[in-house]
Write a protein that binds this ligand. Structure first.
Ligand code: FES
Length: 336
């Protein structure tokens, strides 16, 4: 297995979980999500305790879920409260309930060691909760391993080859990473770009004069195996003119397949009125190209899984650290 279990991952976005039953494969488990009458969200194992049948194929009765095969009925804690044909459900008739925490737009889930969720709270994401920020998002399922995704987004030297129209005019190469900060669980890098005029997309979003020169500051953070954060600021003489955050919730569906919850957040002084639509378009196209490369790499690995030694370059520093952190988390869990 390439991913740690003991970690909070994004299960869904808030708007996906309503009155219906949402089934999602998360960390090789089928999980059922539904919103209760008090507005909170319940997450249960999506498999009846009676027979191997998904609860998501049943229906709701208020805050209860009724299995669509013989009618066993479960509450939000996973306890079977009604079993057709007998007065009381048998002892142990229960499905696992998973801890869930909603911090819109993300619904976080813990499917790891029971009780472990109290020791490691999900990362805080204040830029996704307003305070001058606006956000737009999308979700995809990518046929590539979560480790490949983290590595890809920790090395932006691929922009010249993959996304050349996004690079500010006159910049021929990215300067080296200035700083790579590593803690026990996270990796972060920063990089400053030299002054340059605006790329067309930057001018459209920021409303700034395209011919004026600005600096750029970029950071990337592997926050946890389930969350990746990148920032990009266009900086004028008085400070940031436009601040962008690209947030990726990465949730393994299984080894080799990952749910990607993408959020683009922005704030700035003189933004164009359709900044949100512009950014959604730019980053959607970027994601299309990223996904094509990531899925191709996964296919190469699947076709020839023979371990081999790859050449690493300076820009891989942060990515390699992230890989190591994930590997050591997986090994620690195996040892436990
Ligand atoms: S399989 Fe669910 S009640 Fe029988």
């Amino acid at each position: 297995m390439s991913y740690p279990q003991d970690c909070w991952y994004v299960a869904a976005t808030s708007d996906e979980v309503g009155d219906g039953l949402v089934s999602r494969r998360i960390l090789d488990r089928s999980v059922l999500l539904f919103r209760l009458s008090d507005g909170s969200i319940a997450a249960l194992e999506d498999r009846c305790a009676h027979r191997p049948y998904p609860l998501s194929a049943g229906h709701r009765e208020d805050d209860l879920v009724v299995c669509g095969y013989h009618g066993c009925t479960y509450d939000a804690s996973g306890r079977c409260v009604r079993m057709p044909g007998q007065d009381n459900p048998p002892w142990g008739a229960q499905v696992r309930a998973f801890p869930v925490l909603e911090r819109a737009p993300f619904v976080w889930i813990w499917t790891g060691t029971p009780g472990g969720e109290r020791l490691r709270p999900p990362p805080s994401t204040p830029w996704l909760q307003g305070d001058g920020w606006s956000s737009v998002g999308e979700r995809r399922v990518v046929a590539a391993d979560v480790v490949l995704l983290h590595e890809h987004y920790l090395d932006l030297t691929n922009v010249f080859e993959m996304h050349p129209e996004l690079v500010p005019p006159g910049i021929e190469a990215l300067p080296p990473l200035e700083e790579v900060i590593v803690s026990e669980m996270s990796v972060a890098y920063t990089r400053e770009l030299p002054q340059a005029p605006l790329a067309p997309w930057e001018a459209k979003v920021s409303g700034l004069d395209r011919l004026e020169s600005f600096g750029r500051r970029e950071t990337g953070t592997f926050v946890t195996p389930g969350l990746h954060k990148q920032t990009y600021s266009i900086i004028g003489p008085d400070g940031p003119e436009l601040e962008l955050v690209r947030t990726h919730g990465f949730t393994p569906e299984s080894s080799g397949v990952t749910h990607v919850f993408l959020q683009i957040s922005w704030r700035g002084g003189s933004l164009s009125s359709d900044a949100g639509a512009q950014l959604a378009g730019v980053f959607h196209e970027m994601a299309d190209r990223d996904v094509a490369v990531l899925e191709t790499m996964q296919r190469c690995l699947d076709e020839d899984p023979t371990p081999r030694r790859y050449v690493n370059v300076k820009a891989d520093r942060a990515a390699l650290r992230a890989r190591k952190i994930m590997q050591s988390m997986v090994e620690e869990e195996r040892a436990d």
